[in-house]
Design a protein around this ligand. Structure first.
Ligand SMILES: [Zn+2]
Length: 155
């Protein structure tokens, strides 16, 4: 069974809101993603001590290098993430294509992959347009006081 997950994350990988601000952001997300039954979807707010990979799941098909534009094998990335147990203190890695030292969040991911220490996620959103609109992301950024972007995942 496949599962859809949508995450809103700060654009700065290290940024975290206060708990009050996170509560306000969660209330907003629950308002724009209504769940009539209260049982069909899950809204999850998470603070991570270290930088967490926000993985797009099966939608990740290709990774390329920002330095040499070469392809980076998906297996290399999956192994790296698995070995790190999805958490990093530093995103700097030596890429296999050209041996450059580059931060993981600067690689080109198709679909987009995120890195964050704060996350608001919606699992199996009830509403049909399950992505955040640009206006909603702007509103959420206003509540948090920091720009956010969304990562769509399919498992
Ligand atoms: Zn390269």
């Amino acid at each position: 069974m496949s599962e859809f997950y949508i995450s809103a994350i700060p654009t700065d990988v290290n940024w975290q809101p206060t708990t009050d601000t996170a509560d306000a952001a969660e209330a907003y997300v629950r308002r724009i993603f209504p769940d009539p039954d209260g049982t069909l979807q899950e809204v999850e707010v998470e603070f991570h001590d270290r930088i967490r990979v926000v993985h797009p799941g099966e939608s990740l098909e290709r990774i390329t290098c920002p330095r040499c534009s070469g392809d980076i094998p998906l297996d290399w990335f999956q192994d790296l993430v698995e070995e790190a147990e999805e958490e990093f203190d530093s995103l700097d890695v030596t890429v296999p294509c050209c041996s450059a030292l580059v931060p993981l969040d600067t690689l080109h991911y198709d679909w987009p992959c995120g890195f964050a220490r704060f996350e608001i996620g919606i699992r199996d959103a009830c509403r049909p347009e399950y992505e955040f609109t640009d206006e909603e992301l702007a509103e959420l950024a206003g509540i948090l006081g920091h720009p956010v972007r969304q990562i769509l995942a399919h498992f």
